[in-house]
Design a protein around this ligand. Sequence first.
Ligand SMILES: Nc1ncnc2c1ncn2[C@@H]1O[C@H](COP(=O)(O)OP(=O)(O)OP(=O)(O)O)[C@@H](O)[C@H]1O
Ligand SMILES: [Mg+2]
Length: 265
Amino acid sequence: MAVRVLADNQPETLLSIENIVKKFGDNTVLNDISLQVHKGEVIVIIGPSGCGKSTLLRCINALEPIQGGQIKLNGQTIDPNGKDLTELRQKVGMVFQSYDLFPHLSVIDNILLAPCKVQKRDRAQVKEEALALLARVGLQDKAESFPRELSGGQKQRVAIVRALCMHPEVLLFDEVTAALDPEMVREVLDVVLQLAAQGRTMLIVTHEMQFAKAIADRIIFLDGGKILEDAPPEQFFNHPQTERAQQFLNIFEFEVVKPHPAPQA
Ligand SMILES: Nc1ncnc2c1ncn2[C@@H]1O[C@H](COP(=O)(O)OP(=O)(O)OP(=O)(O)O)[C@@H](O)[C@H]1O
Ligand SMILES: [Mg+2]
């Protein structure tokens, strides 16, 4: 939410997506897409099902090879065919809809696994940080619990803490609330809002339009393999430039916005 600027007042580019092309066989999913993400910026990617939102995030994290163009993080080209993607994956944190916690490990062991095994950081230090982060997301008493003992919203908050403990430079969120019951959606979105307020750089795929409006510095509307709109939320939601975006937004017009539950006395 607070875009970092260089001395000459230019925003500092963290992630540069340049003319990327992604195909699955004959199906061109991303067709010459370019996007600059600045440090501290929150970008929300929206678009109809199957338009390539998840694929775009997976390309950024080098989970998918691309057929054209390039992606750079801090000026360094991300090579999905590169031998050692470990370093990249540490800089790019990703949280999915399905949490992907290891069922046989406790919450704290899930979180400590990569920082200790991959980054070889001091276990006691990471644990202290992890416990502080768990407390921040309201899970201070769940460190020793196992994933099966947690609600969906709690599991998702653990997954976010796990990503944060790697100290990533950019966070990718792919529909992190899609699998949650409505009452758990807000608790997870609140955590993501907190991260935005802290100045984290994030790319967020979501179908929660109110949330998108509240959190985004820029909305990217993807359809037909192209970025059709790239605009601040007020502009995108109030004055979409393309007919496709207008049609898409009409579907959400009747979206019910639940009031925040009153705090218990
Ligand atoms: N591994 C794969 N092999 C072949 N085609 C794929 C693969 N993954 C995705 N696709 C295709 O790529 C297109 C984009 O898929 P993607 O999952 O990125 O869409 P999306 O925008 O995330 O959709 P949703 O909103 O439903 O999650 C779809 O046509 C999909 O069928
Ligand atoms: Mg998807």
